[in-house]
Design a protein around this ligand. Structure first.
Ligand code: FAD
Length: 388
């Protein structure tokens, strides 16, 4: 495996860095922070539309679909730069639905959707989870009934994060209720402004919003069906594999803040950075960040070979998100009692950033599949252990 960037890729990364530095405004960073770095807010759209003109949102896509025909390794490098800078980094359309459409959808669907996605003109929301179906998505219940040229949809989704800012729902629905498990589900793209859709907020402990989405006799044209009818469970699983690719640079930045803090803060007459315990803890995190990089770029390497990483994505998602929690826990230890004060508090350290990051890191091991679910996938497909 060779994860080294070529000279051309290094030049793109330099340009990306310069672009982010010159174009990211305080308004963009505030909006991105408030939305949990998901794409779809007004400032984010302004920024990404300019950014994506260069093909940087989907650099490994062919030029006809809005990419620059480069590598997934470059794509992953760009995502790390974006995560470090605090601009939007969670793109359902460009990074989850788009690659799935590329692999499984008809030419018509590719021609209709991929270019607007690559340009950042449209964003999707993930429509998988329901109140009774989270880890086990084969038990979803929302029904899409065949009605000639359309489906008529009724039911409910929950925890659908982008829905209040996205344009379309990337929806999993049951099209054959009598089929065997896994065989009656279809994926479709639904305009979130369709009559009969009601979106209601659910606020997470991280402070940002996810949603319940209710469908009441919603009409969806059949041309919005992804791939083949009743094959949706397999497309959904692939889209999840693409989702479970997690740039850790935002948390790496927190570690670098803690390192600076330890150098600048005296406790008991000497800088914290001389305290052996603090040094041990920070050094441990440096190892974990490095190990995560190998797992992360390995996914890009596999994509560049034309493969869809599977249990390998689960390994990286699990390791990255548990490392994220380890980082926020450790940094909180290093900051001491004042680290728990909120942004805006008089005595908050590092402007209260870590208090929110600490809460935010909790949800990372839940969405896109919990750590337990990732371990099950690794046991089953990575280690070939029998099903329970
Ligand atoms: C912040 C946030 C954002 C989200 N965004 C989206 C989104 O945009 N779109 C979307 O569709 N969904 C989204 N989700 C939903 C998320 O994917 C689910 O919450 C997650 O998959 C877990 O499902 P559940 O909440 O129903 O928990 P359950 O499936 O009920 O699990 C409860 C507990 O049981 C454990 N468990 C379940 N099954 C097993 C098993 N077989 N073996 C071992 N342990 C098991 C779980 O690990 C968990 O600890 C989001 C969730 C959160 C918290």
């Amino acid at each position: 495996m060779d994860f080294e960037f070529s000279n051309e890729e290094k030049k793109v990364l330099k340009d990306v860095k310069a672009f982010i530095k010159s174009e990211s405004t305080p308004e963009l960073l505030a909006e991105s922070h408030q939305l949990g770095h998901i794409y779809g807010g007004q400032e984010g759209r302004k920024f990404i539309r300019k950014f994506a003109v260069n093909g940087w949102l989907t650099p490994n896509w062919p030029e006809e679909y809005g990419g620059i025909g480069s590598s997934a390794v470059l794509n992953f490098g760009i995502r790390e730069e974006m995560a470090w800078a605090g601009v939007p980094i969670i793109f359902v359309a460009a990074h989850m639905a788009g690659p799935t459409i590329m692999h499984f959808a008809s030419e018509e669907m590719k021609n209709e959707w991929l270019l607007p996605i690559a340009r950042g003109d449209v964003e999707f929301a993930l429509g998988y989870t329901e109140p009774q179906a989270g880890s086990d998505l084969s038990s979803i219940d929302i029904q899409a009934v065949d009605n000639g040229d359309n489906f008529i949809i009724n039911g409910q989704k929950s925890f659908n994060t982008h829905s209040h800012v996205a344009d379309y729902h990337w929806l999993a629905a049951i099209t054959d209720p009598d089929a065997k498990r896994y065989h009656g589900m279809s994926m479709m793209i639904v305009d979130l402004k369709s009559p009969g859709i009601d979106i209601r907020p659910m606020i997470t402990m991280a402070g940002w919003q996810t949603n319940e989405v209710f469908y009441n006799d919603v009409t969806v044209p059949k041309k919005n069906l992804v791939g083949e009818v009743n094959q949706g469970f397999y497309y959904l699983m692939s889209a999840l594999d693409f989702e479970r690719m997690y740039p850790l640079a935002a948390y790496q930045r927190f570690l670098s803040m803690a390192v600076d803090f330890s150098k600048e803060t005296n406790v008991g007459g000497q800088p914290l950075s001389k305290n052996p315990l603090v040094r041990q803890k920070l050094a441990q995190l440096r190892i974990e960040i490095e190990a995560n990089k190998l797992l992360y770029y390995r996914l890009a390497y596999m994509i560049d070979k034309g493969e869809i990483p599977n249990y390998e994505s689960s390994m990286q998602k699990l390791y990255a998100t548990e490392t994220a929690q380890h980082i926020t826990n450790t940094v909180m230890d290093v900051l001491g009692m004042f680290g728990g004060l909120k942004e805006g508090s008089k005595r908050a350290v590092l402007s209260g950033i870590m208090e929110q990051a600490y809460r935010s890191s909790v949800v990372e091991t839940i969405y896109a599949g919990t750590s337990e679910v990732q371990r099950n996938i690794i046991a089953l497909r990575g280690l070939k252990l029998p099903t329970k």
